[in-house]
Design a protein around this ligand. Structure first.
Ligand code: F6P
Length: 538
């Protein structure tokens, strides 16, 4: 394959960019009265309006040519067929199999994995029903009232995001907590008001070797046994979610209480595998299946819809345009729904651990900017914090607004006010307020520059009817597939994460050096001095 920047489609996009770079969104809307709906696409219950992105029909045509040149269609097929597209780890990438209906065939090395997926889903459902109905008792015979998920990264962010997002649909008599940080405060605060006799721990770790999770799991066991005394209590208060049965056994959890998944599920793509056990406990088996149905609807759309109407493809390609042609290095994710407060954090791992790469699949330098920096806060809170920079700062910050037609907790006209703010922000960013308009309001001349809004700041607005399990599944799958689309354009591996290794190794080495007795430090002078200061003051 030719390198990205040497490709014909890339050069065409560069020429096109030179022609359109100064065209304002005001002009694009003035030229085309239908723009607001022409650039909108609907799929799997999500309506996405791309009209406020700085693209023309020609931009999209050229981006589709780029996608064709980079064989995006074939690369999508390779993923759905279970090929080993995660080259650096020699693994298939099949999160789509986790939500495939029973009866589908998706093979890895000649074995259909869909029956295995449904077998685990069946076991998870039986377990969830038992806990939710009180059939599963703690060691002393008490009913389980608290569920604590212990995991980190993909084994935490998906579960906590989904729990918060779908809390409306969860029984309030069950308390859910999520412990991820090796900072003991996390576990201490999560358990401070809980009774071990009523608490179930889910130890969620793909590898079951992650330092933070294993340390938290051991401390959780000690906390539990400090009251229940008998090690036999572990069987009633600890279950595991992992691919590593040997380590689960070593920890002392009976494999009968382990829910498995497979090496073809990446950590950040695992919230709909057994890693979602806490989600199933919170929603019930049917709610979890609704979530999977939403994921699957978006999978089908991604796999089979022409690029022109393909929501994840459009989102991914426009992201490439914003990043590599308009020079935006970030994306603000702004959900106008309080339940989605952890959604930006979830997307940070999904997008940045996936596409934060600087070499191609073949090991060459990528010559363009890759993975944008994702961040955000629920609206309207962000409006009173960082929106100033997005409206009038010197940096371009493309925004994803996410909103819902129906309120889950209707109260007076709160929801109308919330949504009015969402619509207003997209409008203000796109159209701004030119100086003439400011002057027409008789603003003193010296304040005119301060009160001018340049506009031309791109955003996408995603609207759905209700934030329910199905919608959440579709929303997450939208971002998953947009991430893959971008990785194909950049020719990078979205499914490995070697960049997290070095810090882990150094932390182990330093961990052994924190005892004051340790004589010799052989780091750089800064690290040596910091360790010495810590040793003397700890
Ligand atoms: O941060 C690196 C990472 O490997 C993530 O990709 C993963 O989600 C997380 O650690 C947790 O890993 P595990 O589920 O194996 O504990």
């Amino acid at each position: 394959m030719t390198t990205l920047t040497a490709s014909r489609a890339w050069s065409a996009l560069q020429e096109h960019h030179a022609e359109v770079k100064d065209v304002h969104l005001r002009e694009l809307f003035a030229r085309d009265s239908e723009r607001g709906t022409r650039f909108a696409v609907e799929a799997a219950g999500l309506y996405a309006d791309f009209s406020k992105q700085r693209v023309t029909s020609r931009t999209l045509e050229l981006l589709f040519s780029l996608a064709a040149e980079r064989s995006l269609g074939a690369r999508i097929d390779s993923m759905f067929k279970g090929e080993r597209i995660n080259l650096t780890e020699d693994r298939a990438v099949l999160h789509v199999a986790l939500r495939a209906p029973a009866g589908r065939t998706i093979a890895v090395d000649g074995t259909n994995v869909v029956p295995q997926v449904h077998e685990v889903l069946g076991r998870m459902s039986a377990f969830a029903d038992q806990v939710r109905t009180g059939g599963w008792k703690g060691f002393t015979g008490k009913r389980i009232k608290n569920v604590v998920n212990v995991g980190i990264g993909g084994s935490d962010l998906g579960p906590v995001m989904a729990y918060e997002a779908l809390r409306h649909f969860t029984p309030r008599e069950l308390t859910f907590r999520f412990v991820s940080n090796v900072d003991s405060t996390d576990l201490a605060e999560a358990t401070a008001d809980l009774d071990p006799a009523e608490t179930l721990f889910i130890i969620a770790s793909k590898t079951f070797t992650t330092q933070e999770t294993m340390m938290n799991a051991s401390s959780a066991r000690a906390w539990c046994l400090s009251k229940l005394k008998d090690p036999a209590a572990v069987a009633k208060h600890f279950v595991a979610v992992s691919t590593n049965e040997a380590e689960v056994k070593k920890f002392g959890i009976d494999p009968a209480n382990m829910f498995g998944f497979w090496d073809w599920v990446g950590g950040r793509y695992s919230m709909d595998s057994a890693i979602g056990l806490s989600t199933m406990l919170a929603l019930g088996p049917q709610g979890f299946r609704d979530l999977l149905a939403g994921f699957h609807a978006m999978d089908e759309h991604f796999r089979s819809t022409p690029f022109e109407r393909n929501l994840p493809v459009l989102m991914g390609l426009i992201g490439v345009w914003n990043s590599d042609f308009l020079g935006a290095s970030t994306v603000a994710v702004l959900p106008y729904d309080q339940y989605l407060k952890r959604f930006p954090a979830y997307l940070q791992q999904l997008t940045m651990e996936s596409n934060g790469k600087r070499v191609t699949l073949g090991g060459l330098d990528v010559q363009v900017g890759t993975g944008a920096i994702y961040w955000g806060e629920p609206g309207t809170n962000g409006q009173h914090s960082f929106y100033q920079l997005i409206h009038q700062g010197t940096r371009l910050v493309p925004c994803d607004f996410i909103g819902f037609a129906k309120a889950l907790n209707p109260l007076g006209n709160h929801h109308d006010v919330l949504m009015a703010n969402l619509f207003a922000q997209g409008e203000a960013l796109a159209f701004g307020k030119p100086p003439e308009q400011v002057r027409a309001e008789k603003v003193p001349e010296q304040l005119v520059p301060h009160k001018t809004f340049p506009g031309n700041r791109p955003s996408t607005t995603i609207l759905a009817d209700t934030l329910d399990p199905k919608t959440l599944g579709a929303l997450v799958a939208l971002y998953e597939h947009a991430v893959y689309t971008q990785s194909v354009i950049w020719d990078i591996n979205a499914f490995d994460q070697w960049g997290v290794e070095l810090g882990k190794v150094l932390a182990k080495r330093i961990g052994a050096e924190l005892e004051p007795a340790e004589p010799k430090l052989e780091h750089d002078s800064s690290t040596n001095a910091l360790i010495k200061r810590y040793r003397s003051r700890r």
